[in-house]
Design a protein around this ligand. Sequence first.
Ligand SMILES: Nc1ncnc2c1ncn2[C@@H]1O[C@H](COP(=O)(O)OP(=O)(O)O)[C@@H](O)[C@H]1O
Ligand SMILES: [Mg+2]
Length: 222
Amino acid sequence: MSHPAIAISNLAFRWRPADAFCLELANVTVDAGKSLFLHGPSGSGKSTLLNLIGGVLLPARGSVSLLGQPLGELSASRRDAFRADHLGFIFQQFNLIPYLSGLDNVLLPCRFSARRAKRVSQPEVEARRLIGALDLDPALLGRPAAELSVGQQQRVAAARALIGQPEILIADEPTSALDAERQAAFVELLLSEAGRAGSAVVFVSHDLRLATHFDHSLALAA
Ligand SMILES: Nc1ncnc2c1ncn2[C@@H]1O[C@H](COP(=O)(O)OP(=O)(O)O)[C@@H](O)[C@H]1O
Ligand SMILES: [Mg+2]
């Protein structure tokens, strides 16, 4: 039996034990290869939820399971390893290593995860393929990430998240710097590559117009 990519059950989170819960979710599942659009106003807990899904934060109640593995049952170091093996993360500010080339940034997950490295027979060829598929000139991959434009950094961050076919791809408002037309085009390319890799996708944006590109939507209230 195959497990859902993501299964959230009876989840509640608060920043401090004395606080009220700032996030509560009964049941959310994302099946393998499916996509979820997560939206809500600023401060509604979208990034917090992504960090719970990634096991960076742990809930006060309930559980998050990825690929059938409850994250709360793993030690912190096993969670880090699990994340490196199975999750691609596109951060809102991209979090590229500024002095490394675009290419070396894209290749990083293969250094941190033998499992992801094993799925890529020719890492540099795959990095260039991904970058091209995401509509960026692979010739730019030699430049330090700090010298790339925001749109170019976004493509590098997306290729880094996708390399080695992680089962789960998480994207935290990666389009907010783009105009509406380019946002939609980027989402289409990202989903197409995620589909090719078989990755389940959780994509955050406050722009509801993007919802139509995804299998499911979930709204977080302020
Ligand atoms: N490290 C933190 N410590 C305490 N509160 C935080 C922290 N990070 C975020 N918050 C609070 O949690 C709530 C949700 O934040 P966040 O998940 O970043 O929202 P969103 O991504 O939807 O804009 C906000 O009220 C925010 O101020
Ligand atoms: Mg956020």
